[in-house]
Design a protein around this ligand. Structure first.
Ligand SMILES: [Zn+2]
Length: 248
């Protein structure tokens, strides 16, 4: 293969590595943010349960006050019962006591409901906390992987950038210019191999037979007439020899 063509192929490999590495590095902040968003999702479930618990406790305190009020009223009426003089007063007081007792009963019913609700909330809280702990572990591991990936991608970017510079030094300036010009309009890919049946592997246009023949020689810089990429040829691997079966 012509050394210039070989260098162009290498240049493309390094160029592609550089582009991929830059894209990965650029996506890093978003991937971190996505991980944090997933963690925050679990945190907000825990917060919602905490808010329910707070509501429940506040309601409990209010109900406990009501219970104290009704109990106080009941005690007062019972004390007054011993002081009444007439049957009519006695009946009126009995009526007051019955009302206070029924009010107290209703509030106690509500206290019971809130206690049952508190049990449900406690179970939900346990579940949410456990889910958060699992998620936290996942996200920690994910961030560690991301950081490792970033380090390795940065290293490969440095290596590819150095290698690219070394290749460019040995490449004819007109070929560098050609490469860059085609790469700019072809999403960073300026080189394409020809397929075995004579197509440009990237734009899929059929090469003219004379062009295909030239490309297969790998001796010159030939551009695809359709996408302008520099074409090269990868000879098919030699056929695998049939395994020889030995009979004893
Ligand atoms: Zn093409």
């Amino acid at each position: 293969m012509s050394p210039q063509l070989e260098r162009l192929i290498k240049l493309q490999q390094f160029e592609s590595t550089i582009l991929d590495a830059r894209a990965t590095i650029a996506s890093y902040p978003q991937r971190l943010a996505d991980a944090d968003a997933r963690l925050n999702e679990s945190k907000s479930v825990v917060d919602a349960v905490k808010a329910r618990l707070k509501d429940n406790q506040e309601a409990r305190r209010a109900l406990d006050k009501d219970v104290a009020v009704y109990q106080g009223r009941l005690t007062k009426f019972k004390d007054q019962l011993s002081l009444v003089k007439t049957n009519k007063e006695y009946q009126a007081m009995q009526h007051e006591i019955a009302t206070a007792q029924s009010d107290l009963g209703a509030v106690e019913e509500k206290v019971l409901e809130r206690m049952l609700e508190a049990d449900t909330i406690a179970a939900d809280s346990k579940r949410a906390e456990a889910a958060l702990a699992v998620r936290q572990k996942e996200i920690d591991a994910e961030k560690k992987d991301l950081a490792q990936e970033l380090t390795s991608v940065e290293a490969s970017l440095t290596r590819a950038t150095d290698a690219r510079a070394a290749i460019v030094k040995d490449l004819e300036p007109r070929l560098i210019a050609l490469f860059e010009q085609v790469a700019r309009v072809r999403k960073g890919v300026a080189i394409s191999c020809a397929t075995r049946d004579g197509l440009c592997s990237l734009c899929h246009v059929r090469l003219r037979p004379s062009v295909f023949q030239q490309v297969r020689a790998n001796a010159e810089i030939i551009q695809c007439e359709s996408c302008q990429r520099v074409l090269y040829w990868v000879p098919p691997p030699p056929p695998i020899e049939q395994a020889v079966v030995h009979h004893p």
